[in-house]
Design a protein around this ligand. Structure first.
Ligand code: AMP
Length: 412
């Protein structure tokens, strides 16, 4: 059983350590998009209202600890300072008091945490300032766990990583008999993605749509989805590996030759299980990805000639995919149908959005984060989905591992 934040009783005066995802896009302290901070507000506001003493921890950006030049590590730290994030949170929750501790360990942090008053918030410096965070260092986890009476995980985008702040701390607190629970953002993500792996009768036909670049990145997802869904639609660059495996010419399209056997077996196994894998019957192709000046772009049916590469699904494929999608009661989608970053090659990805919009009120539709979530937002379809996941890696791992993630399992 997963305890939720609302199952926690008697929070008044308790020090609640919340692992949030404040990994916002920022440069030199200027936050480009504060959505991730806003996404954590329901959990933070609830805890404040209950009179908890809220300690917030998150990673921000990357610190390459393998870098031998210490000055460069200091530069990376400076570029990923959590202080501006704490300041932005302060504006969002005003007049609630938000303090910031520029350190990740030691007396200053212990003092700041113990001086917190009921309903106040303390934001701790970037967890990745600690080399041991990503290694789930037991000493570090112990130091952080000592700050808290209760642990809440609300960082879905980091829940697939067994780090000190996501797994180490709750493991220790749990062993000490202290409560650990999921926050509101986690509840939404876990519930919606669990529905895609524990498939109810009324959610069939269940159609999975996969796209993106590499087959090898998605093998486990494909295997898992093929067991659960009724039909698998494949687009994006990865479709060309499947097409080549089935004996088609794919010209200069991206291909993973080491995955041809896998792709072939996938199609055979699906067939044997009475499931259909839909592949593009036509493609938008170009003779030059770069430079764009003077390049030829055209639609090709079937085999793609030498000198051309597939960059999007073609109009007939769009029609076939839209027809298939229209019959679904549940959709899980991950990965764009083409190079959606360029206007000329975004029709396929947009068409999937349109088809899913048509399902509003008739089906449960999930976009599994990453590039497809960016596309959904960019094209203005976010509200047409039942759920757009905030964590690309985490949502795929949840599908791969039948609803299990290290950060979620430790709470169970
Ligand atoms: P992924 O991270 O695996 O979901 O891949 C997303 C990336 O795949 C996006 O940047 C797309 O531009 C790219 N992509 C999708 N289809 C193609 C294609 N036919 N050729 C090249 N890149 C593609």
């Amino acid at each position: 059983m997963l305890k939720t934040i609302e199952d926690l009783k008697g929070l008044k005066g308790k020090r609640v350590l919340v692992r949030v995802d404040f990994n916002v896009p920022q440069k030199a302290g200027v936050i480009r998009d504060d959505n991730r901070i806003r996404a954590a507000l329901p959990t933070i506001n609830y805890l404040v209202k209950e009179g908890a003493r809220v300690i917030l921890m998150s990673h921000l950006g990357k610190i390459k600890w393998k870098e031998p030049d210490l000055a460069k590590i200091e530069e990376m730290k400076k570029a990923n300072d959590m202080a501006p994030v704490a300041a932005r949170l302060g504006e969002l929750v005003a007049p609630v008091k938000v303090g910031f501790c520029p350190e990740t360990r030691g007396e200053k942090l212990v003092a700041a945490a113990s001086e917190l008053k009921d309903g106040e918030i303390l934001v701790v410096q970037n967890t990745r300032y600690e080399k041991g965070e990503e290694k789930n260092d037991p000493e570090l986890a112990k130091a952080w766990a000592a700050l808290a009476d209760v642990y809440v995980l609300d960082a879905f985008g980091s829940a697939h990583r067994a780090h000190a702040s996501t797994v180490g701390v709750p493991s220790i607190l749990k062993a000490e008999g202290k409560p650990v629970a999921e926050g509101y953002l986690m509840i939404k993500e876990v519930d919606n993605l669990t529905r895609c792996v524990e498939v109810a009768k009324e959610d069939r036909p269940y159609i999975a749509i996969l796209g993106g670049f590499k087959v090898s990145d998605k093998i486990k997802v494909i295997d898992s989805l093929l067991k659960k869904c009724d039909k698998l639609i494949i687009g994006g660059a990865m479709a060309y590996t499947f097409k080549k495996a089935l004996g088609e010419e794919i010209g200069n399209s991206p291909v993973q030759d080491d995955q041809l056997e896998y792709a072939k077996k996938c199609v055979e196994d699906a067939k044997a299980a009475g499931k259909e894998i839909l592949l593009p019957c036509d493609s938008v192709v170009t003779d030059s990805f770069e430079p764009v000046e003077g390049r030829v772009i055209k639609v090709v049916e079937g085999n793609i000639p030498e000198g051309y590469q597939g960059v999007d699904i073609g109009p007939k494929t769009i029609e076939a995919y839209q027809k298939a999608i229209a019959s679904a009661r549940m959709i899980f989608w991950n990965g764009p149908m083409g190079v959606f970053e360029q206007d000329e090659f975004q029709a396929g990805t947009k068409a999937v959005c349109v088809a899913i919009k048509e399902l509003e009120g008739k089906a449960f539709t999930v976009c599994g984060g990453g590039d497809s979530a960016s596309a959904v937002k960019q094209f203005g379809f976010k509200e047409s989905f039942s759920h757009v996941s905030t964590g690309g890696g985490a949502s795929l791992e949840m599908i791969e591992n039948d609803g299990h993630l290290p950060g979620v399992d430790v709470l169970r």
